[in-house]
Design a binder for this molecule. Structure first.
Ligand code: FAD
Length: 562
């Protein structure tokens, strides 16, 4: 009989424990959890604070009683494992409340200790009212603060997914929210021009965004918190949420002499085995493999933690199950918008020196003539040689989640953009269009590879050559009046383009743009087939408008503001 000790009892730990029982009815399974609960829904915490989830008990996915009766798992709550004595194969533990210590022998261990919020040594950080959010005790403190005393304003430090989910949920409770982010964009996994769509939406919802600036210190005066930034801004707040990232809780593993990466993540092989053959590790604390590049990566997401946990349990109990890595698929709701990503981003590809092409397309959640359709922008990055899909980002309204999942599956399956063209996806007007946004993204990307289209990316626009490039706006006048246009563009609405052909100059390059890219593509086909050099702005004006500053582009402001 194998004695399996599991350290950490939430996403990875609880899943490993229950899987282990299904694999081996005879194993002795002991699970240690330092906190008050096992298997709670950390991903739901912001929504409980915001009141979307009303009942705290709904966050508790399982209980020690259920773990015992259904799975014969012994759960030791409020018990921290303080050391792993590998030579004697035992763990030492301490009861959190009483300080009482003890030890437990093991045959195998699965480590699932997770990651803790980063709390840098900033002056004044210990002031009351400055919170991090990891577990239910943090949640209870933040919620009590909101329930008991009026909170006018909050500063959320960090524009990652937890920061933005909290921004939305605080705003939902009537709190004025400022988000301070050290990077010059929110949502680091997104490329900057895609993040700009999220930022635009946040500002439209009344959230104040301070980008490219970090918090320097906190103080308290007149009963309120004073938050000072590195660039000299000062603001008052009743509540601060620190959400600037997480670091692996790997102290136990390090002290036991297990191999860790420079950032502290526990090294595991493809069976989730650490440098000790009897100890496995999963979740936020481990370094895994990027599915696309095969390079080491840390992915702090619940999905990978759960999947790793199942495989680690198999392997700890004598099976051989292989973890092939993660594509890091993630989605975040930001008020009415969804931002999602899978696979590699353009900036990751560039940093890794991996060749790629990129394209942007606009799509609708479902047929635009059926009520309630919402728009989305789809970005693909793919191999210039084979067309293999390397990554995708989507920002938009409803239906983003389903498209990112199709694309995540495509990456996992090694599909190319040519495959995306052909995917048979479910269609009826309430659900999609006969050409789903995933198909359309595939059409455009495949056009690039087939030579039917030459794109220019938004991030390349700032480098146009004024002597050679002619910037052409193909939209209708009313669109220019309402939304403005790129400074220096000539206005040739698409229907007039064929009449202009005789005036065009073959020594020039025509840089075409419309709202979304479709009219630009049509214009490209016309010009290319008449022997002119042209490029089409991928994603069009609607994509670059929110990102103009970031892309160093000058816009001519709208003449009509109604
Ligand atoms: P955890 O679930 O954090 O569990 C680790 C547990 O180990 C902790 O409870 C800790 O107390 C315990 N522990 C640590 N050391 C010891 C020890 N020595 N002895 C005993 N116990 C110990 N991911 C998504 O994919 N989507 C989301 O929408 C999402 N939203 C999130 C929202 C919030 C607010 C937070 C905090 C996280 C969110 N995540 C989300 C991330 C997701 O929750 C984590 O990736 C996932 O929980 C990681 O699982 P884990 O088992 O590695 O760690």
């Amino acid at each position: 009989m194998t004695k399996l000790v599991i350290i950490g009892g939430v996403a990875g730990g609880a899943t490993a424990a229950t899987r282990a029982r299904r694999v081996d009815e005879h194993a002795q399974i002991v699970l240690f959890e330092r906190g008050e609960d096992v298997s709670f829904a950390n991903c739901g915490l912001p929504y409980y604070i915001g009141g979307v989830i009303e009942n705290r008990n709904d966050l508790l996915v399982s209980s020690p009683g259920q773990m015992k009766s259904r799975y014969k798992i012994e759960v030791r709550l409020r018990t921290e494992v303080t050391a792993i004595d590998r030579s004697n194969k035992r763990v030492l533990f301490k009861k959190v409340r009483t300080g009482q210590t003890g030890e437990e022998s093991y045959d195998k261990i699965i480590l699932a200790p997770g990651a803790e919020p980063v709390r840098p040594p900033l002056p004044g950080l210990d002031q009351e009212g400055i919170h991090s959010l990891r577990g239910l005790p943090d949640t209870d403190r933040i919620k009590a603060r909101l329930d008991l005393n009026p909170v006018q304003s909050a500063v959320v430090v960090g524009g990652g997914f937890i920061g933005l989910e909290m921004a939305e949920n605080l705003a939902r409770r009537g709190v004025g929210v400022t988000v301070v982010e050290m990077l010059d964009q929110v949502m680091a996994p997104l490329d900057p021009e895609m993040a700009a769509l999220v930022e635009d939406h946040l500002r439209a919802q009344g959230v104040r965004l301070i980008l490219g600036d970090g918090v320097k210190s906190f103080a308290r005066a007149d009963g309120r918190l004073k938050v000072a930034t590195q660039k000299g801004l000062e603001m008052d707040a009743d509540l601060v949420l620190l959400a600037i990232g997480v670091r692996p809780e790997s102290g136990l593993a390090r002290a036991a002499g297990l191999e860790t990466a420079p950032g502290g993540h526990i090294m595991v092989d493809e069976t989730l085995r650490t440098s000790d053959p009897d100890i496995f590790a999963v979740g936020d604390a481990v370094m895994i493999k990027d599915f696309v590049t095969g390079r080491p990566v840390a992915v702090a997401l619940a999905g990978p933690a759960n999947k790793q946990a199942r495989l680690a349990a198999d392997n700890a109990l004598g099976r051989r199950s292989i973890y092939r890595g993660s594509v890091g698929t993630a989605a975040v709701k930001v008020f009415g918008l969804t931002a999602a990503s899978t696979g590699l981003s353009e900036k990751t590809l560039r940093a890794a020196g991996i060749p790629y092409l990129a394209s942007y397309t606009h799509g609708s959640s479902h047929a635009s003539y059926y009520p309630g359709s919402e728009n989305m922008v789809v970005k693909l990055v793919f191999s210039p040689e084979s067309g293999r899909l390397l990554g995708s980002q989507i920002v938009g309204g409803s239906g983003v989640d389903k498209r990112i999942d199709v694309l995540a599956t495509a990456i996992r399956g090694g599909l190319t953009v040519f495959d995306l063209e052909e995917l048979d996806l479910a269609y009826a007007p309430p659900y999609s269009s006969a050409k789903d946004p995933v198909n359309v993204a595939g059409f455009v990307a495949a056009n690039l590879l087939k030579g039917d289209l030459v794109n220019i990316l938004p991030q390349e626009l700032a480098g146009l050559d004024p002597d050679r490039d002619v910037l052409v706006d193909l939209r209708q006048k009313v669109e220019l009046d309402e939304l403005g246009y790129l400074a220096g563009a000539v206005h040739w609405p698409l229907p007039e383009l064929r009449r202009k052909l005789t005036d065009l100059d073959k020594s020039k390059r025509y840089v075409l743009y419309c709202a979304e890219g479709m009219r630009g593509y049509l214009a490209y086909r016309i010009l290319a087939q008449h022997g002119f050099e042209a490029v089409n702005l991928s994603g069009g004006y609607d994509l670059i408008r929110p990102a103009a500053d970031r892309l160093a582009l000058k816009l001519q402001q709208p003449s009509r503001n109604d």
